[in-house]
Design a protein around this ligand. Structure first.
Ligand code: F6R
Length: 260
């Protein structure tokens, strides 16, 4: 796992954009896994600017959702499909038919989850999966106690996550209880996993994920097993890391050919 510590939120976004740019050039039909929430927003703004300036293109790319609420219509303002369309895919040259997510409206949800796994395979796998981290250490909506090898499935949100996400809704009661999320095993299959976390509130979960034990109680710790995982943090989010000095040294001395 590589930990990249940068001074500001904007610097973190710039590092993530560099990784995404590399991933988009790795295959003729690349696949970007997209997360919602506050953490990726600065990254999405930079991507939109880069596409507008002609420095980057999603023309041959697909985007796949990391997770989706169950029980909201897909065009609901807080559905994750709407979020990603609003903040990224409608603003770049990605073919709208190549934005994919689990069919959370299906009568048979387990079959829809299996179909989503199959789709990811048919697309050739995810080249880069962008991730945020929840205050309880979740990635996607794999809450604590999630199997470290889980695949896409329905999950029940913890009260803490529902409270964290209530800011996007009118009231806590409006936050759905259920979601479909890529599993930890699904996320682990992405060629590059990039977790971005900024702000002091993320210092605890980041430290647990990077330096704590590998445990289902901190689902993000599964990234310790990933052969190519990058954790991009600003200084406040890095403040709980014991080896912060070492991570800074590694990044400063990184050979240019290595890339992210
Ligand atoms: C979003 C997702 C979640 C968020 C996490 C952090 O698609 O899967 O894991 O990344 O809850 O959310 P923010 O970035 O809003 O703090």
């Amino acid at each position: 796992m590589e930990v990249v510590i940068v001074p500001t939120v904007q610097d973190a976004a710039a590092v993530v954009v560099e990784a995404i740019t590399a991933a988009l050039h790795r295959r003729p039909a690349p696949v970007l896994g997209v997360a919602t929430g506050s953490s990726p927003l600065p990254t999405y703004r930079l991507l939109v600017t880069a596409v507008g300036a002609g420095r980057l293109s999603f023309a041959t790319a697909s985007a796949v959702l990391l997770d989706e609420y169950v029980g909201l219509p897909l065009d609901h303002p807080q559905s994750y499909r709407t979020f990603i369309r609003t903040h990224l895919t409608d603003l770049v040259d990605l073919d709208p038919r190549r934005l994919h997510g689990p069919d959370v409206g299906a009568d048979d949800l387990p079959a829809a989850c299996a179909a989503y796994e199959q789709l990811l395979l048919e697309l050739g796998g995810v080249d880069l999966q962008l991730l945020g981290i929840g205050s309880d250490g979740h990635i996607g909506f794999n809450e604590p106690s999630s199997s470290l090898t889980s695949r896409t499935r329905i999950k029940t949100l913890t009260e803490q996550t529902r409270r964290d996400n209530a800011r996007f809704f009118g009231a806590l009661g409006e936050v759905p209880r259920h979601v479909v999320t890529q599993g930890l095993g699904t996320i682990a299959a992405a060629r590059h996993a990039v977790l971005v976390a900024t702000g002091a509130a993320k210092a605890g979960p980041v430290a647990a994920a990077v330096e704590g034990p590998l445990t289902a109680m901190c689902p993000a710790s599964v990234l310790q097993l990933h052969p190519h995982a990058t954790v991009v943090v600003d200084e406040p989010a890095a403040s709980g890391l014991r080896l912060a000095g070492y991570y800074r040294d590694v990044f400063a001395a990184k050979p240019a050919w290595q890339g992210l």
